[in-house]
Write a protein that binds this ligand. Structure first.
Ligand code: PMP
Length: 397
């Protein structure tokens, strides 16, 4: 059975982790992997999470199955985070939400559901995009194309190219959009650009699939959901995959959600019934622990306030590290202007470093980054930022 099985290529980022772990230099720094670490270089356990978790453990609850679509209070809380507390769509019962296994799981059940609805559709992702987007939609059976997104010259968006590509797609094409904190570039659209994207999506009858994995890491919980809310207000059928991996620092608990905006309460009921079939044949129903914690935190005013503060601290720390890197590179006499790093949002930065420079960072300094030049700014801290800035200055000489 397995004699002809070939070795699959290594995941580029997880492969980087393995090399990092094997590196014995005490000064090594991992800017490759996409997790937020605090000033101590550790993945934080948020206080709000710990409190909700302790109460849950003490309650010693039985471990029954959850409903196929997950915890009702969790799904309701997800909708409010995405669409706002006073969303008329939520009030009208037009939003379907299913708890999912992280943002990845949400994308997967969304992709499988879309394949049943419109098997001939193409999927368009940004160039570049989170590397799993293409693989996920291809494994669901779709042909995946890429629309222009990043412009290396300006460290911004090739907006004309993006708009032209979207304007050329057939009706029904599924367009995957990073709602905020674009991974891997850190470069987001402006509100005015989002409005134009909504218009072309609507005019051409495209299917928007918004991926929001970093809500609260950019400008704030509501500000980061602006694109989702623009699409919602445009009376479109919208898919949204969301994740609490980062915003709750709950990576391994697999807490995400798929939300779908429909035209009516009746349509929502039909859509949910079909989505449940997709879930039932994938993993039957989601796990309890992470979803219960998030639902408790979001539904308990004191814990919610604590979480918002902790999320704000993570956001502010990332900003400070962006600025700190820019300042240090300038102080080190690097002639290249790195101020674009301050304009980027979220955990990542397309630093503009070449693959050869990234190799030198690793080999000479034990600083690990992705060969595309993507660095995780959230892995910088006051202990390593000087060393990173000096090393970058050296490889740019
Ligand atoms: N979408 C994007 C754009 C991401 O960056 C990530 C995580 N790296 C995900 C989805 C998946 O999130 P999760 O870990 O919750 O599955």
């Amino acid at each position: 059975l397995f004699s002809a099985v070939e070795l699959a290529p290594r995941d580029p980022i997880l492969g980087l982790n393995e090399a990092f772990n094997a590196d014995t230099r005490p000064t090594k720094v991992n800017l490759g992997v996409g997790v937020y670490t605090n000033e101590e270089g550790k993945i934080p356990l948020l206080r709000a999470v710990r409190e909700a978790e302790q109460a849950r453990v003490e309650a010693a609850l039985p471990r029954g199955y959850l409903p196929i679509e997950g915890i009702a209070a969790y799904d309701a809380a997800v909708q409010k985070l995405l669409l706002g507390d006073n969303s008329p769509l939520i009030a009208a019962g037009r939003v379907v939400t299913a708890q999912a296994l992280g943002g990845t799981g949400a994308l997967k059940i969304g992709a499988d559901f879309l394949k049943r609805l419109n098997p001939a559709a193409k999927v368009a992702i940004s160039d570049p995009s989170w590397e799993n987007h293409r693989a996920l939609f291809e494994s669901a059976g779709f042909e995946v194309v890429a629309y222009p997104y990043y412009d290396a010259q300006s460290h911004g968006v090739n907006f004309e190219g993006m708009l032209a590509a979207l304007g050329s797609y057939d009706a029904g094409t599924i367009v995957v959009l990073h709602a905020c904190c674009h991974n891997p570039t850190g470069v987001d659209l402006s509100d005015a650009q989002w409005k134009q994207i909504v218009e072309v999506v609507k005019a051409r009858n495209l299917v928007p699939f918004l991926d929001i994995a970093y809500q609260g890491f950019g400008d704030g919980i509501d500000a980061d959901a602006a694109a989702v809310r623009l699409f919602a207000a445009a009376e479109l059928n919208v898919f949204v995959s969301s994740s609490f991996s980062k915003s709750f620092s709950l990576y391994g608990e697999r807490v995400g959600a798929l939300s779908i905006i429909t035209e009516s309460k009746d349509e929502a009921a039909r859509v949910l019934s079909q989505l449940k079939r997709v879930i039932r044949t994938n993993y039957s129903n989601p796990p309890t622990h992470g979803g219960a914690i998030v639902a408790t935190v979001l539904g308990t005013p004191a814990l919610r306030a604590m979480w918002e503060q902790e999320l704000g601290e993570m956001r502010d720390r990332i900003r400070a590290m962006r600025n700190g890197l820019v300042e240090r590179l300038k102080a080190a006499g690097v002639p290249r202007d790195f101020s674009f790093v301050n304009a980027q949002r979220g955990m990542f930065s397309y630093s503009g470093l070449s693959a050869a420079q990234v190799d030198r960072l690793r080999e000479e300094f034990g600083i690990y980054a992705v060969s595309t030049g993507r660095i995780c700014v959230a892995a910088l801290n006051m202990r390593n930022i000087d060393a990173v800035a000096n090393a970058v200055a050296q490889v740019l000489k």
